[in-house]
Design a binder for this molecule. Structure first.
Ligand code: HEM
Length: 488
């Protein structure tokens, strides 16, 4: 009996001791591991997923998303990059305040190109004010006058084409968009007198932004040296233009003028160096992105007779209504063309990866209901190029189907905000979206009204190696002048 009692006592003691030890373990160890960290992409020791990433981030995402889901971490050296793919998990990416998810560190590589004192070289409070200057320079009343300049540039440019012929559409649209951007953003002086000088300098600035520049923006390589010299010369040119506008009191309808007239909250006017830096930033944000999108739009329209006739019919209807007039309000009525551009941009967003740096821990819940904690210190990424083709959001995601945006379907909205992210969204959504659409519509409305076009090269491939991802090789198009017949 005694033996049984002590056995029972010992068992109880063991039981209690086990619970105490378990509690202690859970108090000291489990809290750390209870963090539900995202799964990790398999990789090599130390360099981690670097080789996978270098092969192309989208290829890596295509392999990992089906295995790991919408949230996972790629380790590279000592860095952790956590991907948030899909609207269910990316809301925080787009909405978080700068104190929680910031752009400054991850977009630092732009500083030698944009120059000192602007955008990612300044504190968030100053940057916010500078983005206010962008917002003001891109307001509807300003856009209205930019549109007139866009239309004139398109008319002048295409008047130089012959009766019929063959052209590389990609080259043609790149050139037209540099001219338009010069006129609307950089100003009349540059467009009319200094175009060749300034575009050569912008060419050097462009070439100074290599994939290696993202990691080592100040590496002493010839491309960076040319970039720095070009930037200096551009600063001198703009300083002269600004001084001349100020001394003559001449005011123009362009972004340059808006930036000259902009004032910080404390009343301080912008400096010449800031104006130059902001203009360079505008050109970097808007030029390649728009020219790439207008080329994809053309490639798709010329390969899809259904949509080609739909956009031509829309032009005919608008000509019946408004005659030859093409201004801001007429462009605003081009809904079919709008959807065709938007769909080209869904399939081919030029900015394929957006980044932030996390300063606080945060959690996300996947569509399958799994919760993950993302620790502070991670780089956080999302990818328009991948997310825009998620099959649970977009039906037959690889098919060009502009009607997916019509009332009743609205696939860009039904799964919630941040389903369609070619222009980003939320706190840092693109400020130039209306400008970009107006510009691309102005070009395509002119082409559709005045030319019969036929794609003669194969449908273009994607140039994944470019910093701003666009079209690989030439896009050869045969054209013949025409006048749309309109029954008045
Ligand atoms: C098809 C053309 C364009 C595309 C696809 C595009 C795309 C984007 C994207 C994805 C972002 C968000 C970046 C991020 O979240 O990290 C962005 C931001 C921005 N874009 Fe665009 N963009 C285009 C045209 C333009 C144009 C024409 C301008 C100006 C003239 C412009 C000015 C800006 C500015 C200032 C921001 C920064 C907004 C902020 O951080 O608050 N963009 N753009």
């Amino acid at each position: 009996m005694d033996i049984d009692v002590s056995k029972f006592f010992n068992t109880c003691l063991l039981f209690v001791a086990t619970i105490v030890v378990a509690k202690l373990i859970s108090a000291f160890i489990v809290p750390k591991s209870r963090k539900r960290l995202p799964p990790i992409v398999k990789g090599l020791p130390f360099i981690g997923g670097l080789p996978r990433f270098l092969k192309g981030p989208i290829f890596m995402l295509r392999e990992e998303y089906p295995k790991l889901g919408g949230v996972f971490t790629l380790k590279m050296f000592h860095k952790n990059i956590t991907f948030l793919i899909g609207p269910e998990v990316s809301a925080h990416f787009f909405k978080a305040p700068e104190s929680e998810l910031s752009q400054q560190e991850v977009y630092q590589f732009n500083v030698p190109t944009f120059g000192p004192g602007v955008v990612f070289d300044v504190d968030y409070s100053v940057r916010q004010e500078q983005f206010r200057f962008f917002t003001e320079a891109l307001r509807v009343n300003k856009l209205k006058s930019y549109v007139d300049q866009m239309v004139t540039e398109a008319q002048d440019y295409f008047s130089k084409w012959g009766e019929s012929g063959e052209v590389d559409l990609k080259y043609e649209l790149e050139h037209l968009i540099i001219l338009t951007a010069s006129r609307c953003l950089l100003g009349r002086e540059v467009r009319d007198k200094l175009f060749d000088d300034v575009s050569a300098l912008f060419h050097d600035l462009d070439n100074g932004m290599q994939p290696i520049s993202v990691l080592f923006p100040y590496l002493p390589i010839p491309a960076h040296r040319r970039r720095d010299q070009a930037r200096k010369k551009l600063a001198e040119i703009f300083a002269r233009i600004i001084a001349s506008r100020k001394s003559t009191g001449k005011s123009e309808d362009d972004m340059l003028q808006c930036f000259i007239d902009s004032k910080y909250k404390d009343g301080r006017p912008t400096t010449e160096a800031e104006v130059t830096g902001l203009l360079i930033a505008a050109l970097f944000a808007g030029q390649h992105t728009s020219s790439i999108t207008s080329t994809w739009t053309g490639a798709y329209l010329l390969s899809n007779s259904k949509y080609l006739s739909a956009v031509v019919d829309e032009q005919k209807n608008l000509m019946e209504k408004h005659g030859d007039r093409v201004d801001h309000d007429v462009l605003a009525e081009m809904d079919v063309l709008y959807r065709c551009i938007k769909e080209a941009l869904r399939l081919h967003p030029p900015l394929i990866m957006l980044l932030r740096s996390s300063h606080t821990d945060f959690s996300v819940t996947t569509r399958e209901g799994k919760e993950y904690d993302i620790p502070k210190g991670h780089i956080v990424a999302t990818s328009p190029a991948f997310a825009n083709r998620l099959p649970h959001i977009f039906k037959d995601p690889d098919t060009y189907d502009p009607d997916r945006f019509t009332v009743g379907r609205e696939e860009d909205k039904v799964a919630g905000a941040f389903s369609y992210i070619s222009f980003g969204g939320g706190r840092h959504g693109c400020l130039g979206e209306p400008f970009a659409y107006l510009q691309i519509k102005a070009i395509w409305s002119h082409l559709l009204r005045n030319f019969e076009l036929e794609l003669v090269s194969p449908f273009p491939e994607i140039d994944w190696n470019a910093m701003v991802v666009g079209v690989k090789g030439k896009v050869m198009v045969r054209y013949k002048r025409r006048e749309l017949s309109v029954s008045h």
